[in-house]
Each structure stands twice: as C-alpha cells, then as structure tokens.
Design a protein around this ligand. Structure first.
Ligand code: KG4
Length: 356
C-alpha cells in the first residue's frame, strides 16, 4: 500500500510517499520546500505571499517526492492531504491539488488534520509501536496543546494556550530583541551562550487560588493544564524598554532567560498532566520540539518523576511542518478503518479545524 501525502497549511510546501512494510509505515520520500526566505523580510508569514508560493511549488514538490520514492501516481493507493487547521489560502492550494490529482488518477482521498500529523510523526522511527494512553505536548507556531489519546485517532484536549502559542512567543520575543525570523531557532542558539538566571521572567500557572469551604478549610483546586504566554511577552517588552541599547551580551542573557521561562512553563504543565493521566507514552511534537533545552528538561523530569512513562520525540526533520507526518497519520487511519472520504467533510479547507 502506498500513500502520497500533501501538506500546505502554513509556509512549507511539502509532499511525501509512505509505503506499508511489515505492517509499519516507511517513509520513501519527504520533500519540504520552505518559504522562510520569502517571509523573512516581513518578520513573519504573510498569508497572501504564502498562498502564491504554494501554487508555484506544489507540483514540482509532488513530482520530486514521487521521483525520490521511485514511483508514479499509477502506483499510489491513497492521497492524504491536510485540510486544516492553517491559513485558508495556503490550505486551499493543497486541498484543490489533492482533489484534482485524485480525480484524474482514480485515487482514494483522505482529508487529514494537520495536528494529528504532528502527533503521528513520533510513530515514524519508534522501534515498537508506542503504547496507549499517549499524552502529547504539541508545541508549534500556531498551537500549544496537551492531547490525550486512549487509542488510535481518538483525541481528548486536556490543556491549551489561552492566547499566544509557544512558537509564536519565541517569534515575537525575537522581534522585540531585533533577532529576525523565525525566532525559535535564533533564540535557542543565542541562549546557549547566555545566563538564564540573569533576568527573572514569569513562569505562568493558571491554577485558580485556593478557596475556603464552609467549614473554613482551604480547598486547593487541581492544577490548571492551560497555558498563557502573552504576559511573558509583555514582561520581556517592559524589560527591553528599560534599556537604551541592547548589547550582544544582553541579547544572549535575555534569550536564555526567556527560553527558560517558556520551557519551564511547558515542563510544569506537562508533569502535572502526566501525574493526572498516567500515560504509558509521552510525546513531544511540533516545531518547538526542535528546541534542545525543552527536549532535555522534559527528558530529565520524566526520567526522574515518571520512569514508567516512555518519552518519545520525532526526529528533528519531522518536528516542523512536513508531509511524511500526514502520510503516517493517514496510514493509521487506513489501518484502523476510520477511513476515507465518505461525505463532503474535508473537501474544502477548514482553517479553524479542531482536533477534539
Ligand atoms: O510546526 P511548525 O514548523 O509550524 C507550525 O505548524 O506552526 O513550527 C514553527 C515554530 C516557529 O514558531 C518556530 O520559531 C518554532 O517552531 N521553532 C522553535 C525552534 N525551532 C522552531 N522554537 C524554539 N526553539 C527551536 N529550536
């Protein structure tokens, strides 16, 4: 069985071919054409520019993915594509291309949720299939979510950001520090040479305050698993305003202190969620999962506090947006017969598509 997967939800045009071997999905090709250079000049993704670049790139990227996999459309059994969430103009290009290719070549269509792709990226090189329940911290430019799965393709949202996503916070902080786009990789590189205890930035805890019951006892609410990064961003802006000029040393120390606040917030809520839901597997997924400090700190905490939970991170090339992750999620959808297009849902782009 061969799957051609297409991903175009934001600023990467991507196509991949996945083949089933020994009842596991194997990546035959995974081509990503990044638009970072186009958007850099604007300091962030410009939706109109992104959509136009997808139109130019999508067919060459699909051709290359087929060539690299040494296959043709005639051998493809399923065409999986992201139909949300994401930028409407970007999504439409992938959706319409998939529909056209499927109709012209008689291939079955599989509309996929971009977020389930991020989670299933962790299934790519796992030696054994990850055990359920699986708890995923999904951190990207547009999302910060804690998702519980008791079985394949069944998602329960147990925590989410109330404002900015973690990746968005990194990107905005980089802008404030005059560092360029995308901010996450630049900040994490500078942070390696900075002092993370130089500035104390807030590690946000949204747990409501304890209240007294009628007998006068303090009742502590369960920890909140939701996130908020907008206050941290404001704290950084306020700090930077106190300085007339930022030296390179200060940029390094501010990057390290900012990264620490984001990472420790993510680690804090993840450990609370693991304690509550006792997953057999914890997955760190999404573009921000490429952050070395986050990978290391979560590994330390899980190793020390929850040695019975396995900790899984996709290889770095599968953390950011790519089509292999969409193809792998599609593989499990086919295998679990939660198939294939039966109605019109997924035939149009859904920019605000939810996972649960
Ligand atoms: O998953 P992704 O490629 O696209 C979305 O679906 O959003 O994630 C991109 C985000 C950007 O905000 C980028 O700054 C962040 O991931 N990112 C990082 C790192 N590498 C990428 N954030 C922190 N540290 C990194 N090393």
């Amino acid at each position: 069985m061969k799957i051609l997967a297409i991903e175009s939800s934001c600023d990467e045009t991507a196509a991949a071919v996945i083949e089933e071997r020994d009842q596991r999905p194997v990546i035959l090709s995974n081509i990503v054409s990044s638009q970072i250079k186009l958007h850099k000049a604007f300091g962030g993704v410009v939706p109109e520019v992104a959509a136009r670049a997808h139109i130019e790139q999508i067919l060459p990227v699909i051709d290359e993915s087929l060539r690299k996999a040494q296959t043709t459309l005639l051998e493809i059994d399923y065409l999986a594509y992201t139909y949300g969430p994401g930028l409407i103009g970007s999504l439409i290009v992938g959706v319409e291309t998939a529909k056209g290719l499927a109709a012209a070549n008689g291939i079955a269509l599989l509309p996929m949720n971009h977020l389930e792709g991020h989670i299933y990226a962790a299934f790519a090189d796992a030696v054994e299939e990850p055990a359920f329940p699986i708890l995923t911290l999904l951190v990207s430019g547009g999302n910060t979510l804690l998702i519980l799965m008791k079985d394949h393709l069944r998602y329960e949202l147990v925590g989410r950001t109330l404002d900015d996503a973690a990746g968005e916070a990194f990107d905005k902080a980089a802008k404030v520090l005059g560092l360029g786009y995308p901010g996450g990789p630049i900040i994490s590189k500078l942070a390696q040479e900075g002092d993370d205890s130089k500035y104390r930035l807030p590690i946000v805890d949204l747990t409501p305050r304890p209240v007294r019951d009628r007998d006068g006892y303090l009742v502590k609410p369960a920890p909140s698993l939701d996130f908020s990064f907008s206050g941290l961003k404001t704290a950084l802006i306020t700090l930077v305003r106190t300085k007339t000029k930022l030296t390179q040393r200060e940029k390094k120390d501010l990057s390290a202190s900012f990264e620490k606040a984001v990472v420790e917030t993510l680690v804090q809520n993840s450990t609370w969620a693991i304690r509550k839901y006792q997953p057999k597997t914890f997955v760190l997924a999404g573009g921000v999962a490429a952050n070395p400090k986050l990978r290391e700190r979560l590994g330390e905490e899980i190793g020390n506090l929850f040695p019975q939970t396995s900790y899984l991170i996709p290889q770095t090339s599968l953390c950011g947006d790519n089509a292999a992750m969409i193809g792998i999620a599609a593989y499990y959808r086919i295998r679990n017969s939660r198939l294939i297009l039966k109605n019109s849902r997924g035939l149009t782009a859904e920019p605000n598509l939810k996972i649960a």
